[in-house]
Write a new protein. Structure first.
Length: 610
């Protein structure tokens, strides 16, 4: 918790000292009660200081406006986290007697903005500072000349992001700034959340609940930071309470001689009551590579058996176990770099933080891990307990589910490509992918949960044709889609574009695609094996070759699904779709872009990209 000082708060020296002694001693339930009490006393803004560790670059809350009983909650979400949080917040608001409208930003008519009095936005940032797909149109409208003045609007923003990306929580920052420019007044300061978002999200919700209940003398019913955001199932297991699931099968899908290793992993959900649909993802909490953990401990001269507190409740684990299972040590973030730079032993890090060296810092962070940092800057003098306090919790890894629950009851399948490479004279590993490839066997257990994704779902009508574009492991959800269509007897035509390196060794699930083709579950299949020809051929080239047929499918109402690499493949496929619309539909570049945006708004163009 950040300490109050005379120069960073409105409190005098005596008040600051009292607050600094009191606040760290409060339990979560005491903080929640205090939030509601202060809000009921027309002093909700004071609680903003409690959330100071989560609020980054956020302007202070404006004076409390007149509160309306109507609240609109909008979410923009790529993987489903903001969707789940928005549902939980809406439920709490309704319990307070407020009238709540909950919607995806893609489903909200932006012209209705000027009619609103209370607006709560929950939005993630996708890729390099971009809005998630279902927030694009709302983001564009708000930043256009058509956006209305919003002097009557009270709002607050919860931003989800990842500090390993340069444009951390950028979409949330954009919305927060723009709503202020249009005249809106903040109900509570924006809160920016890293991948471990449960506690700051709960604090933001309590600030909002307190502000909206400030017209009443009754404190708001708070949200405990440990509460699950999962609302779609009745399972006791969730992101914050994962299920220890048994591994049934772990197979390598690639043939002998392949440069790649892709694991097909079948996991039992029996006894969990976890439910999913095709298009959802499986979250797996991984372990760091034991070799990297041991090398880090040795480089720092630490005692592997030293007891380390791994959470705010003071739960103790050995240092080795804490680094193995609880803390991230493979990804460097700018906040971590800045934290270490403040330590007397890390003063040399400030050189890379200096103005004008942003690109050098960016490169170092992207190419290095924690072991590089401590050896490059001779940080071995920092005690283990102090150093661990700089680290963030190890985040789960999300994998698109590759099975239909109707075809495989009480099971979930995932498709995972192992990541291995050499850098700076040392072997590097994908944390979860190599754990699954090398250290997980049938009978072992993994901590898992279901990540629901309403943004990547089969059409409501079983007769709607679908076009699926998924090179490499991006084909995983389409195995789930076709398995579901086979079980339900859905009549709609299906077309799959699949690509990888070599036909003979890298054609994932080849036998299943061929069986579905023969049985008519899969109508068309076009493949691109980039290393089997003199000139590299990718899925977008096959799309262009079939541009007339593809355009005809769009004209008869087909839905398009894209899964896989966001940085290059997804952009290339998007550009190819625009080219096809221009060539076959006679559209201008602007019209083609607008057409695809329209497909997204109609949920006919959905992407699961990472």
């Amino acid at each position: 918790m950040v300490e109050f000082q005379v120069n960073n708060s409105p409190f005098n020296q005596e008040q600051s000292e009292l607050l600094n002694r009191l606040l760290p001693s409060l339990t979560e339930s005491q903080r929640i009660w205090l939030s509601g009490f202060l809000a009921a006393s027309q002093a909700g803004a004071a609680m903003a200081a409690v959330a100071a560790t989560a609020v980054q670059e956020a302007p202070a809350a404006s004076p409390a406006p007149v509160i309306s009983k109507e609240v609109t909650v909008l979410f923009g979400s790529q993987t489903g986290n903001c969707n789940g949080l928005a549902k939980k917040l809406s439920k709490k608001l309704e319990e307070q007697g407020l009238q709540v409208t909950l919607a995806s930003m893609a489903d909200f008519k932006p012209n209705n903005l000027k009619k609103l009095q209370n607006l709560l936005l929950l939005v993630s940032t996708h890729g390099e500072g971009e809005p998630p797909d279902n927030a694009i149109s709302f983001h564009e409208f708000l930043h256009s000349k058509r956006a209305p003045q919003l002097e009557e609007l009270s709002y607050s923003v919860l931003a989800l992001g990842d500090t390993s990306y340069e444009f951390y929580c950028q979409t949330g920052k954009d919305f927060d700034k723009r709503l202020e420019e249009l005249g809106g007044k903040r109900l509570a300061p924006r809160v920016d959340c890293d991948v471990d978002f449960d506690e700051p999200a709960a604090e933001w919700m309590n600030l909002v609940l307190g502000s909206l209940s400030s017209a009443s003398a009754v404190p708001a019913a708070g949200i405990a930071p440990g509460e699950s955001v999962t609302t779609a199932t009745e399972s006791d297991y969730s992101r914050t309470n994962p299920f220890q699931a048994e591994v049934l099968e772990n197979l390598n899908l690639n043939g002998r001689g392949s440069d790649r290793e892709t694991r097909h992993i079948e996991i039992s959900l029996e006894g969990s009551n976890l439910q999913y649909e095709p298009g959802d993802s499986l979250g797996i909490y991984p372990e760091n590579h034991p070799r990297l953990v041991d090398e880090l401990i040795a480089a720092m001269g630490w005692n592997a058996d030293e007891s380390i507190a791994v959470n705010k409740n003071g739960e103790l684990r050995s240092l080795r176990e804490a680094l193995l299972r609880h803390y991230e040590i493979t990804v460097l973030t700018k906040p971590l770099f800045e934290q270490v730079a403040k330590h007397p032993s890390g003063a040399a890090l400030n050189e890379l933080l200096a103005s004008g060296r942003e690109q050098e810092l960016r490169t170092y962070l992207s190419e290095s891990d924690l072991l590089d940092l401590v050896t490059d800057y001779s940080l071995a003098v920092i005690p283990a307990g102090e150093f661990v306090s700089f680290l963030r919790k190890i985040p789960s890894r999300l994998y698109s589910i590759a099975s239909s629950p109707k075809a495989f009851p009480d099971e979930v399948h995932v498709t995972v490509r192992s990541v291995r490479y050499e850098a700076k004279g040392r072997d590097r590993y994908g944390v979860c992918s190599v754990q699954l490839a090398e250290r997980v066997e049938s009978g072992d257990r993994l901590p898992v949960y279901i990540q629901h994704n309403s943004n990547f779902k089969l059409p409501e009508s079983p007769d709607t044709p679908i076009i699926m574009i998924g090179p490499g492991t991006g084909v995983a959800p389409f195995r789930a889609f076709l398995g579901e269509k086979e079980e339900t007897g859905a009549a709609g035509e299906t077309w799959l574009f699949y690509g990888d390196q070599h036909f003979s060794t890298d054609f994932l699930y080849q036998i299943e695609w061929q069986r579905w083709l023969k049985e008519g579950v899969l109508t068309r299949l076009d493949v691109a094996f980039s290393r089997d020809t003199d000139k590299k051929v990718y899925v977008q080239h096959r799309m262009l070759e079939k541009s007339r047929e593809l355009y005809n499918w769009l004209q008869k109402g087909a839905c398009v699904y894209v899964c896989g690499d966001e940085k290059k493949m997804a952009h290339d496929v998007h550009s190819t779709l625009e080219t096809i619309l221009q060539q076959e539909g006679g559209m201008s570049p602007e019209e083609a872009s607008e057409y695809l945006l329209g497909l997204q708004q109609q949920k006919r163009y959905q992407r699961d990209v990472y």
